[in-house]
Design a protein around this ligand. Structure first.
Ligand code: PLP
Length: 504
């Protein structure tokens, strides 16, 4: 296998998207059209609701439209186009068979009766069972649409759990480590909790003594990622969970990093009360750019009553239904459940892809996946550790964190290096996260990259370290070969233009 480098774009180095591709509406020529099917539907619409003037859609031929979107797609970097070492995001290759399987369900309506969707319920039920086995938990809800929503769901359940024990009023605090993903404290705050941060120790673990000091009768729970966002296994995870339980709190497992543990360790055995799974990371469903995801929440028995409704029930005769309403009506009573966080089964297409991925790999394949992900990260680290500082000198799991502090002193920051990598034909790693590592470069190669690609990526990183030492300005000026150069990221986030406006 050879590694194909991306060619520089002919109009490389622009600073304005419009230099690359005009908007469809700007290509319009009155009277030009690409319609093949003419449907006469106005007969069904009462006259007062019928449109009086044309809609003003772009008038273009079909090939023009196809080329417009194809060109836009080509401007993007994707995991189908190259390595995507974005730490904490697990951008592994997404097998196409998953999409094929998901497309089988494309015509279903979200509120279709359980009577005509037995196969859908069977798939969802089986996926729940598989996740129970993988995580070592007891029950699952497939509803949450992302990891963050799963955190939110679980924390609402923590609240309901403490309320049931008459303890909710005083338990108003959630503790998170200082290495936590930003969604952890955000979800806790959204649930109305106060957030306390505990520091990490010199080995990159949660500082157990600091945690014990922070614990008390006002703590509802603790959120822990394992392996944590430094890519390190929490060495005292059992003691951590015991300490939280002793104080009457619950332990939330952020399972976004499950890739490293597949078939090797189960959060349920490590002491967690629940864990969320980012199927769009670990189980290879496409994600990014806000695309659909799914964050099933797996819980221990004592949290089951609080799970979102409806639940899928399998009868002894092998048929399935929703527990709340056989006739598909909304439930009258949902008991102790927190209610519903997303319609019925959540993002079913994403779940169907995850199901397919797990089924095609099987138990052995999943275990190999986890081991290969760890092997790839360790191999890559060995190739680059001479030229960069390593944040914590331990054997990492599926990802590792470098520090470009040395390069910053030479004149090239982590951001500069990440931009220069684009010119080398690679997507950037995650930068400036976790927050506790200065000039962090967080790299997660995943198990799906061949050795040649890992070698080429390491060579690129090492070349950049040399350039930072000899010619930092050239690193600072990157990227030069990408369709767009450095964008005003603050303006893009603070005042995005989401709507086309007719030029005045
Ligand atoms: C990605 C991630 C999340 C959030 O998941 P989303 O699906 O993006 O909401 C939470 N924690 C960690 C460690 C993650 O990597």
């Amino acid at each position: 296998m050879t590694v194909v480098k991306r060619q520089p774009m002919p109009d490389a180095g622009a600073t304005d998207v419009k230099a690359l591709e005009p908007l469809l509406i700007e290509l319009t020529r009155p009277g030009r059209g690409g319609r093949h099917v003419r449907a006469e539907t106005s007969a069904d619409i009462p006259p007062q609701f019928q449109r009086k003037a044309p809609l003003g859609l772009p008038e273009l031929t079909e090939p023009q439209v196809v080329r417009h979107y194809t060109h836009l797609a080509e401007l993007n970097y994707s995991v189908d186009g190259g390595m995507y070492p974005l730490g904490s995001c697990t951008m592994k290759y997404n097998p196409k068979v998953n999409d094929r399987a998901a497309s089988l369900f494309a015509d279903l309506h979200p509120r279709q009766s359980y009577r005509t969707t037995q196969g859908v319920l069977a798939l969802a039920y089986e996926l729940e069972q598989m996740l129970v086995k993988i995580t070592g938990m007891d029950f699952v809800t497939l509803q949450p649409a992302a990891g963050a929503q799963s955190e939110f769901t679980a924390l609402l359940m923590f609240k309901a759990y403490h309320a049931k024990r008459g303890d909710a009023k005083q338990r108003r605090r959630i503790i998170v480590p200082d290495s936590a993903h930003g969604t952890n404290p955000a979800s806790a705050a959204m649930c109305g909790y106060q957030v306390t941060t505990v520091k990490s120790d010199a080995r990159g673990n949660v500082d157990l003594e600091a945690l014990k000091t922070a614990l008390g009768p006002d703590v509802a729970g603790f959120m822990l990622t394992n392996p944590n966002t430094l890519g390190l296994f929490e060495e005292r995870v059992r003691e951590v969970c015991d300490a939280v339980h002793e104080a009457g709190g619950l332990v939330y497992g952020d399972g976004a990093n499950m890739n490293a543990l597949l078939g090797v360790a189960r959060p349920g055995d490590l002491g967690f009360d629940c864990v969320h799974i980012n199927v769009h990371k670990t189980f290879s469903t496409p994600h990014g750019a806000g695309g659909p995801g799914a964050g099933p929440l797996c819980v221990k028995k004592h949290l089951r009553p609080f799970l979102p409704k409806p639940w899928i029930v399998r009868e002894n005769d092998g048929t399935y239904h929703y527990d709340t309403a056989r006739e598909d009506r909304e439930p009258e009573s949902i008991g102790d459940s927190i209610g519903s966080v997303k319609q019925r089964l959540g993002n079913f297409g994403v779940l169907a892809r995850a199901y397919t991925y797990i089924k095609t790999l099987g138990e052995e394949g999943l275990t190999e996946t986890g081991r290969d992900a760890v092997l790839a990260a360790n191999y890559l680290l060995a190739l680059v550790r001479e030229k960069y500082d390593v944040a914590y000198d331990r054997t990492p799991m599926h990802e590792f964190v470098l520090s470009a502090a040395k390069q910053k002193k030479q004149g090239a920051t982590a951001l500069d290096l990440s931009k220069a990598l684009l010119d080398e034909g690679f997507h950037s790693p995650t930068v400036y996260f976790p927050l506790i590592v200065p000039e962090a470069l967080m790299i997660e190669p995943t198990e799906t990259e061949p050795k040649e690609t890992l070698d080429a990526f390491a060579a690129a990183l090492n070349r950049l370290a040399d350039r930072a030492a000899s010619d930092p300005t050239s690193v600072h000026d990157a990227p030069k070969n990408t369709p767009l150069r450095r964008l005003d990221e603050v303006a893009a986030a603070r005042s995005p233009k989401l709507k086309w406006q007719r030029p005045t």
